[in-house]
Design a protein around this ligand. Structure first.
Ligand SMILES: Nc1nc2c(ncn2[C@@H]2O[C@H](COP(=O)(O)OP(=O)(O)O)[C@@H](O)[C@H]2O)c(=O)[nH]1
Ligand SMILES: [Mg+2]
Ligand SMILES: [Zn+2]
Length: 313
């Protein structure tokens, strides 16, 4: 990370005193975190005690004493995007304005994972966008067809080709300005390439880079926050994921994540309708009349079954 300065000159002369400052977590590596102060200085910090659950995007109080820096307090979050699979949960990032779900035709994206990410964004009050990347590939029309159910319910889909950085700027600059945005998606979809186009100095390693260096496939292994060069906007690159469990959600959360259910739900006879088999269910009626896409209804049923059968955290 370019801006990292491991020690702080201002405190070394006051080594017996403790200074407290506010900063934002921009990366985490196992037990320690990199925290950026208002001055732009980045310092390595350890959480005080057994304070888990800190993630990129968090605002924290840190204390510095000599060369050592500790995270003393986690500020209240505006939001948190996370997933939970089987026995553990994983935080993606906190305090974000918008989620960019990055996908492509090669490797072909999973509609199931995209649907899950949309639900997670909806319940965390984060505005979702889909970035259909690699539109230079001949297989792109197939990806567009698969995205149609999401286009139909109003999810914005933006088309880019990350290897063409001018094109990426033309499509994204206005949206990214002064906001904090998270790039999320399966491995190989082009997240790090998009980051490179937007923040050239990030030199995020893409697979192409490391192949050129003979280092084989590169995969982003940790989530990192970067500053956009020409605005106060921030962008977060994240590792790919193979699974996106949503066991932490309640059935009400789940329904909130399916925006096309919101109107039909007002027609359900029972206030606690699960929209599966109840009589006079507005959602089932909308599905049967073709207003709700069969794939989306199937995803809803799958997710509801899944969260009912998993332990709560
Ligand atoms: N053809 C094409 N390949 C791309 C594009 N964007 C990224 N790639 C390639 O896709 C591969 C994966 O990209 P990477 O950014 O590492 O994906 P990530 O795992 O989502 O971070 C690399 O070989 C990139 O060069 C694009 O717009 N078109
Ligand atoms: Mg990557
Ligand atoms: Zn219902």
């Amino acid at each position: 990370m370019k801006r990292t300065k491991p020690h702080r000159q201002t405190v070394s002369s006051l080594s017996t005193n403790t200074a407290t400052e506010v900063g934002q977590v921009i990366a985490g590596h196992g037990r320690h975190y990199f925290v950026e102060l208002n001055s732009g200085e980045v310092i390595k910090c350890f959480p005080r005690g057994k304070r888990g659950g800190i993630c990129v995007g968090d605002w924290v109080d840190i204390s510095t004493q000599g060369e050592r820096a500790a995270i003393e307090r986690l500020h209240e979050r505006r939001n948190l995007l996370y997933r939970s699979d089987e026995m553990r949960s994983k935080q993606f990032a906190a305090n974000i304005d918008q989620l960019f779900i990055v996908l492509a035709a090669e490797p072909m994206f999973s509609e199931d994972l995209v649907g899950r990410a949309l639900v997670a964004a909806g319940t965390a009050n984060i505005t979702p966008y889909i970035l259909l990347n690699k539109i230079d590939l001949a297989s792109t029309p197939l990806a567009r067809t698969r995205l149609q159910p999401l286009i139909d319910i109003g999810v914005p889909v933006l088309e880019i080709q990350a290897l063409d950085s001018a094109q990426v700027h033309a499509v994204l600059d206005d949206l990214l300005r002064d906001k904090t945005s998270l790039l999320l998606g399966q491995s190989g979809m082009g997240k790090s390439t998009i980051l490179n186009a937007l923040v050239p100095e990030a030199h995020a390693h893409t697979q192409a880079h490391s192949e050129a260096l003979g280092a084989g496939r590169h995969t982003t292994t940790s989530t990192k926050l970067y500053h956009l060069p020409n605005s106060t906007g921030k962008i977060i690159d994240s590792p790919g994921f193979q699974a996106f469990g949503i066991a932490h959600l309640t059935p009400e959360d789940l329904v909130r994540g399916f925006i096309e259910f919101h109107d039909p739900i007002t027609q359900c006879r029972f206030y606690n309708c699960t929209h599966r088999h109840e009589p006079n269910c507005g959602v089932v009626a909308a599905y049967e009349s073709g207003q709700i896409h069969p794939e989306r209804y199937a995803l809803y049923q799958r997710l509801l079954n899944e969260l009912e059968s998993q332990p709560k955290y």
